[in-house]
Each structure stands twice: as C-alpha cells, then as structure tokens.
Design a protein around this ligand. Structure first.
Ligand code: HEC
Ligand code: HEC
Length: 397
C-alpha cells in the first residue's frame, strides 16, 4: 500500500463537493477519429487467428471482463483463446479504468513499484499492453504484426473502407500499403498506431463512466442506505480496504472533484491460495511482479515475489471471479478471506513470501459487518444513472 491518508469521512466528501464549480468530465482527450478507429479495432473479431475473438470478447461491456467467466465464476476462472483449446493462466481483469494506471515505475519515496498494465505490470503503458493480445498464442494468436495489418486491410473486412480512411486521417498512413510492406520498421510503426488507437478508445467515457451509485452519492445526487453507509465506514476504517483500494476523492486545480479509482496501483501479496481449477491447477506457482525476469534480476532477496497489482474495485460486483487466479467466485468470499485468513482454516497462500499480515488476515469483522462491506462494494457499479458531467477525470499518465 502507499502511505496515504487512510480515512475519509462522509463529511469531508460532502464539503469537497460543495466546493467544486466546474463541469469538466467526459471526453478523455485525443481526436474523435482516433477513438473511433480504436473502437473499430477493439471490436474486430477478424484480428484473431480463427476470426472469432476481439479484445471485446474477453473485455465485454459493461464490466469489460469475460462474460463466460461472469456467468460461471466458480468454474470458469480464465478466458479461452481464439483457439478454444488454449487458455492463459490468469483471471481476465477489467479493461475499464485501466487507462488511469501510471506508467510502470519504481517510486523511490515509497519504495514501491507502481502502475503498469496486467496483474504483474509487465506492460508499462496501455499502448504497450494493446500490442500483446493479438500475438499471444493463448489469446488472439495471430502469427505476426504483419498478419494483423493484413486482416485490418483485407477487402473481406467489413470495415475495410473505414479503416483505410481513418488510418489516413489520423496517422497519414495507407493501411493497405503498410500491410503489403515487408519493411519491418514500417510494420512496427503502423502496428504501434493500432495499439495507440485502441489505447485512445480505452481512455474514453465508454470505459470510464464514473456513473455508479457511489459517484452519485459523491456528487450529492443520491443517498446511500444505512447498510451501504456502514459498509463505507468499515471500508475506510476497521476493514482497512482503503489502505490499498484508495477511496479519497481528489480536487483538480480548477476545483472540480476527481472521483477515486479504488486502487493505488501498487503491488501486494494478499496470500490468495493456489487455484484448484483444472484449467490452471497444474500451472507453476504465479510469482506475479517478482516473477518477471526484469524485476527478479533487480530483486535478489525476492521482496516482490507473490505480489500482484491492486486492481480497481469499480464495477467489482459485475466482474467475478476475483483475484489473479480467480480463486474467489463471490465478493462475500473475498471479504471473508480478508477478515479471517489468519484465524480460520484457509489453504496456504500460492506464494508464501511477502504475505501482507499488517492490514489484513484478522480484521475482527462480524458476519453483519462483512455483509455491510459487500453492500458498499455493490454501490461501485456504473450505470446508476447517466455519467455525471460535474466530475473531472483523474489525470491520464
Ligand atoms: C483471450 C482473452 C483476452 C483477449 C482476447 C484480450 N485480453 Fe486483455 N487481458 C486478458 C487477461 C487474461 C489479462 C491479464 C493477463 C495478465 O495479467 O498476465 C488481460 C489484461 C488486460 C489489460 C490490463 C488491465 C489491468 O488493469 O492491468 C488491458 C487494458 C487489456 N487486457 C486490454 C485488452 C485489449 C486492448 C485487447 C485487444 C487488443 C485484449 N485485452 C484482448 C484477457 C484477454
Ligand atoms: C494491502 C493492500 C490491500 C488491502 C488492505 C486490501 N486489498 Fe483488495 N486487493 C489487493 C491486491 C494486491 C489484490 C490483487 C491480489 C491478487 O490477485 O493476488 C486485491 C484484490 C481485491 C479484489 C479482487 C479484484 C479483482 O479484480 O479480481 C477485491 C474484490 C478486493 N481486493 C477487495 C478488498 C476489500 C473489500 C478490502 C478490505 C476488506 C481489501 N480488498 C483490502 C490489495 C489490498
């Protein structure tokens, strides 16, 4: 966790809101045409080997996760690839709100790694991330960057004309010419544009709605019920969730309020047990951040082993299963785990090193208090109403 202030109070929140004056929300920057191009690419199933999978297949609105996982979180804990006999080893996280993760870096003040994309942060930025899935054999499984460009520029692609126009307008590139090229430098550059356009789309209000009941409450436009209020107080108090899932709103220079993202983008080992799901039970242990060769090389004491990224809790009620390996099917199980890990019989952590025992494991919550925390988590689902236009977006990195 980052050493941030741990407690916010309803009163603070409300007083913050009475200060904000300007309506700056929505948008997200970048040209509309770039976002449109990114949208077409994000939903394009032609860009997978069997033409059956797009980014959206595993990151489907409204939760931007895999609907097969959501439908059956106790058994379906990882996503299948374009080749449906293959699967990755990690639970698919939401692509919503990921755009706010800082570029992966070492924060010398806190002494922590921060930011990046994926559970282990191995993609430094959203653009880096978007270059991965097309070529990942257990995901979209395309054989090369050139082959991805060929599928975009194919006359059999329904959006062929639109792609041709948008690549020209946004990047000044002839996508057909690029896909015919054998100049790897040129291909790399255009492939980078594909990722850049997708990242621009992921920064739009489509992915970052800030329209949950919590946001409406923050804006003074609805009330939370008694149980939700108790849950919020526990989240920020006795249960200590906000030590890592940051819940403080910020104030932009112009005075408008920036709603919280419920993550500080740091890394921790909360001691989740190894999954027994048949699809991943026989995988090697997942060492997360510390398992990355580049990090391991700088980490002789293994201080990063077993740590995974603190994920945003926005939309958490509609994005089961939970944890890097999908170990938990319900929010009730997650909260019970945080509450009782060290005092009830749980299977041992997947990685025994660096397990956090300061802020979790024995919270002393009653069953009613566990239910209160869950009730609060359920207020974080977007779509309580239309996106609010009086928030400012958090800064993009
Ligand atoms: C087969 C399912 C699948 C497909 C297709 C897929 N993803 Fe993912 N996505 C995942 C999984 C699994 C992870 C986590 C992998 C890890 O942490 O090692 C992930 C992680 C991410 C993240 C990181 C989120 C975070 O908070 O760290 C983003 C963003 C993302 N995907 C966007 C995309 C985009 C854009 C595409 C299309 C180019 C795409 N995904 C295609 C399964 C998929
Ligand atoms: C010490 C930091 C820390 C604290 C305190 C903490 N969390 Fe987490 N949380 C994490 C990390 C790290 C992960 C990802 C761990 C993993 O998958 O191995 C996570 C994951 C989760 C997930 C699953 C997210 C997903 O997308 O699958 C939920 C839900 C969650 N936490 C809720 C809570 C609640 C509720 C509390 C308070 C009872 C809490 N957390 C306290 C660090 C923390």
């Amino acid at each position: 966790m980052m050493k941030i202030s741990k407690y916010i109070y309803v009163a603070t929140v409300i007083s913050l809101f009475s200060q904000f004056a300007h309506a700056t929300g929505g948008g997200g920057g970048g040209s509309d045409q770039k976002e449109r191009l990114g949208q077409l690419l994000y939903f394009d199933t032609n860009l997978s080997i069997n033409k059956n999978q797009s980014c959206a297949s595993c990151h489907t609105p409204p939760g931007f996760v895999d609907p097969m996982n959501v439908a059956n979180p106790a058994n379906s804990v990882v996503s299948l690839g374009s080749d449906i006999t293959l699967n990755g080893g990690r639970n698919t996280p939401s692509a919503a709100y990921a755009a706010f993760s800082p570029f992966f870096h070492w924060n010398a003040v806190e002494g922590l790694y921060i930011g990046g994309q994926f559970w282990d942060g191995r993609a430094a930025s959203l653009t880096e991330q978007a270059k991965g899935p097309f070529l990942n054999p257990v995901e979209m499984a395309m054989p090369s960057k050139k082959s991805v460009l060929e599928r975009i520029a194919s006359k059999y692609n329904d959006n062929y004309r639109l792609y041709k126009r948008l690549f020209d307008r946004v990047y000044g590139v002839d996508i057909v010419n690029a896909s015919d090229s054998n100049n790897q430098v040129y291909i790399d550059a255009v492939y980078e544009m594909v990722a850049d356009a997708i990242a621009a789309f992921e920064k739009t209000g489509e992915f970052n709605k800030f329209s949950s009941k919590f946001d409406y409450f923050l804006a003074g436009q609805t009330n939370l019920n008694d149980q939700e209020l108790r849950g919020m107080a526990l989240f920020n108090g006795k249960a200590q969730c906000n030590a890592c899932h940051t819940s403080d709103p910020l104030v932009a220079p112009d005075g408008s309020v920036i709603p919280p993202l419920f993550t500080d983008f740091s890394y921790d080992n909360i001691g989740i047990p190894k999954s027994t799901n048949p699809l991943i039970a026989n995988n090697p242990l997942d060492y997360g951040l510390g398992g990355r060769p580049d990090i391991a090389a700088k980490d002789p004491t293994g201080a990063e082993l077993g740590k995974h990224k603190v994920m945003s809790l926005r939309n958490i009620a509609i994005t089961p299963p939970y944890g890097h390996n999908g170990f938990f099917a319900t929010l009730g199980e997650v909260v019970h785990f945080y509450n009782t890990r060290d005092v009830e019989t749980w299977p041992v952590p997947e990685v025994g090193q660096n397990v956090n025992t300061d802020e979790l494991g024995n919270l002393g919550l009653t069953p009613e208090e566990e239910a209160d925390v869950v009730a609060f988590l359920m207020t974080l689902t977007d779509g309580f109403g239309p996106p609010l236009n009086n928030f400012a977006f958090p800064p993009f990195p």
